[in-house]
Design a protein around this ligand. Structure first.
Ligand SMILES: Cc1ncc(COP(=O)(O)O)c(C=O)c1O
Length: 557
């Protein structure tokens, strides 16, 4: 080959291997747009929507009209009509994925037989390929271990509801009694005590059990609390001290976990890791931390579970950041992670790359199945599922959905997909940082998190003025939808800093380009640079309701 040509090949290869840099692109996207929809043409014509919200008076680009509509919908982004958003819809990365052409093709091949359809067998096979063969439903076995659900929280509810029924038979003192007089080296018992009091106020019943986690998602926590079990979050010390150099801020606090496991083993039916840790900033959990939790829980014979919504993104961070993993394939890393747990549930609306779907999977040789106390669990889950979702082999989903999930699981661990995904979120964070806007660092996998406490640093603000809600409402007027995950969502009014007080912009998978996200950044910048002008907000409905952020209504004052 001509030396000069060789010279250019080397230079071009260097470009492709260049480290990511703010504001620059070295690598083309891993995918091409195969279908697009113009925002201005998406208005639907529902008579009631027109009548109640007067949406015909709200053309896509009229800000005053949008501001009025936002007031009508109580400044609650969950209640705002999605088709009237000209900008980025970053309310959630859940179920908002743009599916690939391969997935759309699979939808056409859906087998709509009732139960044990083709889609079930293909999904079962793929679960073995993705997570490891031990996770596959053994078709020779009578007991069901793979339960399909229509979404993540349905799987969670099934697990906690059935677990709580079995736990009712366990004779233990109340948690309040069990922790009284215990030395509190880490402060975890004081936090537990506050949560016991809060749950008792709500239910009137003394709780006996707790489920520790690195960070329960809001609906997971609510499902656990609904069974009168305390969901307790053990964020690691580096996360609490906002250590921006620490690369695994999603880790569980092992010291606190050890304290709980040592003193309260009979009160802990399960230990959790949420991968990645959504309510703690979409931060990853290291393999080292996963293995440590496995050791601690195995010593006490307590089952260990993943809330596995973003397992592939977590695996990417392990490959990128943890010593010893850069040469391993993503599937090898995923399998190593899942080799540590006794079960997991997953909302497939995230790393399943689909718009609907969930699952609960219990390992046949894991703690759960081995513990005599839980012997009935699998049978109870099967009954529960038939009562609520249908046969466990379709779990409330159409046969075609099962095929799309199978295809999504194939795509999600491809390096080129994950690289594009993670680097896009990182560029979004960099852009915000370049304007001095306080975001959680390093950026997480699926979202950027505006740090509301630092947003107002140096200003005197009252938690009960709900400035996080106000930021979201103002950005909605600008045409972008984010969501508050902070003082209001997590009921943090009496909690001192540091705390998880965020406004989250979750990035749907394969949906937006940098141009969209950077336009959103400019709107956030406008709010940040004029933060003294942000109006206070008051709650007009729902402040005492559980999961209040989904239902409440507010107004500017
Ligand atoms: C970590 C985590 N767990 C559970 C869920 C619940 O999943 P679903 O929305 O499918 O019910 C979510 C949803 O966003 C989540 O982020």
């Amino acid at each position: 080959m001509n030396d000069k040509v060789r010279f250019f090949i080397t230079r071009f290869e260097e470009l492709l291997n260049h480290e990511p840099e703010p504001g620059k692109y070295f690598h083309p996207r891993a995918y091409r747009n195969a279908a697009v929809r113009f925002r201005a043409h998406t208005g639907h014509k529902c008579e009631q929507v027109q009548r109640v919200f007067n949406t015909s008076a709200c053309p896509l680009h009229s800000m005053p009209a949008r501001a009025e509509l936002i007031e009508k919908t109580g400044l609650n982004p969950f209640l705002y009509p999605a088709h009237l958003l000209p900008g980025c819809d970053l309310l959630s990365d859940s179920g908002t994925t743009t599916m690939t052409m391969e997935q759309w093709a699979q939808l056409l091949l859906g087998d709509e037989a009732y139960g044990s359809n083709e889609g079930f067998y293909e999904l079962n096979e793929q679960i073995g390929i993705t997570f490891g063969p031990e996770w596959r439903q053994d078709l020779n076995q009578q007991e069901q271990t793979l339960f399909i659900f229509h979404q993540g929280r349905a799987a969670e509810h099934a697990l906690f509801f059935n677990l709580a029924r079995l736990l009712n038979k366990r004779e233990v003192p109340t948690l309040a009694r069990a922790i009284s007089g215990l030395p509190d080296r880490t402060g975890v018992f004081a936090r537990l005590h506050r949560q016991i009091e809060r749950l008792k106020r709500r239910t009137g019943v003394e709780p006996k059990f707790l489920i520790p986690s690195n960070g329960h998602f809001d609906t997971t926590a609510a499902n656990i609390a609904d069974c009168n079990i305390i969901p307790i979050d053990l964020n690691c010390a580096e996360h609490r001290s906002n250590n921006e150099q620490f690369l695994f801020r999603g880790n569980i606090n092992l010291e606190e976990l050890n304290e709980l496991l040592t003193h309260l083993p009979a009160h802990i039916p399960l230990v959790y890791l949420t991968i990645t840790n959504n309510s703690g900033g979409g931060q990853p959990v290291s393999m080292e931390n996963i293995c440590a939790v496995q050791r601690l829980t195995a010593e006490q014979k307590i089952p260990f579970f993943f809330d596995a919504c973003r397992f592939a993104e977590n695996a990417w961070f392990i490959k990128e950041r943890e010593p010893g993993f850069s040469m391993k394939s993503l599937t090898e890393i995923v399998r190593q992670m899942f080799n540590c747990v006794d079960g997991f549930h997953i909302s497939l609306k995230k790393d399943g790359l689909v718009n609907i779907g969930g699952a609960l999977v219990i390992r046949q040789d894991g703690q759960f199945v081995r513990m005599p106390e839980y012997r009935q669990l699998l049978a109870n889950l099967t009954d529960y599922q038939i009562l609520t979702e249908g046969h466990p082999t379709y779990g409330g989903l159409a046969g075609r959905d099962l095929k799309a999930i199978t295809e999504g699981l194939r795509t999600v661990v491809q390096e080129e997909y994950l690289k594009t995904r993670i680097e896009q979120v990182r560029r979004f964070a960099w852009r915000l940082e370049s304007y001095g806007i306080p975001v959680l660092k390093p950026a997480g996998g699926h979202a950027i998190y505006l740090d509301v406490d630092r947003f107002f640093a140096g200003m005197s603000v009252d938690d009960r003025d709900y400035y996080g809600i106000a930021i979201v409402a103002l950005l909605l007027i600008a045409g972008h939808r984010l969501c508050e995950l902070g003082v209001y969502a997590f009921e943090l009014e009496d909690v001192s800093q540091p705390r998880n007080n965020f406004v989250r912009a979750a990035v749907p998978r394969l949906t937006y380009e940098d141009e969209d996200l950077f336009a959103c950044v400019e709107a956030i910048r406008t709010v940040y640079e004029n933060r003294e002008q942000i109006p206070k907000v008051e709650v007009v409905y729902g402040s005492d309701l559980p999961l209040r952020h989904f239902k409440s209504r507010f107004r500017f004052v």
